[in-house]
Design a binder for this molecule. Structure first.
Ligand SMILES: [Zn+2]
Length: 154
């Protein structure tokens, strides 16, 4: 961990104190709650265009043993796979992605599954464009997913 990461991690834990209070984050040990809290802070401090959607739709963050993150009602369910990758930015992206699915459902917008997935990955892509912690593998994964779903939608 470089000095910059330590400063960023410290800032995010500081912000945790002030934010995310309305979203319940399950605490299962292993420092997962702290990672999710940091991800929520990252979203909140990236801008209201992201935070408003997340705080409106996501009331709880929990985990499951699957390979992919998903959502159930108003809960974002992060996979153990995503948690074990250990990237706060990736967790933030999962929350952004799943909250966008919830927003589409809440607004009653009807679209094909491939279009909805594409839309959610585009939103993740916009988010990683503006956050500073973006990891190359995460950006590559998001763009691969965008290309894959845009091909499926043709
Ligand atoms: Zn999705």
């Amino acid at each position: 961990m470089c000095v910059k990461d330590v400063v960023v991690a410290t800032l995010f834990s500081f912000f945790t104190f002030f934010s995310g209070a309305q979203i319940v984050v399950d605490d299962v040990g292993d420092g997962w709650k702290a990672k999710v809290d940091s991800a929520l802070c990252m979203i909140e401090h990236t801008g209201p265009e992201y935070w408003d959607e997340v705080s409106t739709n996501c009331k709880k963050v929990t985990y499951w043993m699957g390979d992919f993150s998903t959502s159930v009602d108003s809960s974002v369910v992060i996979s153990t796979h995503d948690m074990k990758l250990g990237s706060v930015c990736n967790i933030a992206c999962a929350i952004i992605h799943e909250s966008h699915h919830m927003e589409i459902k809440r607004l009653g917008i009807k679209m094909r599954e491939c279009e909805e997935e594409l839309e959610c990955y585009v939103r993740e892509g916009r988010f990683v464009d503006v956050v500073e912690c973006r990891e190359a593998w995460l950006v590559a994964f998001i763009y691969r997913s965008m290309m894959s779903y845009s091909e499926k939608c043709e």
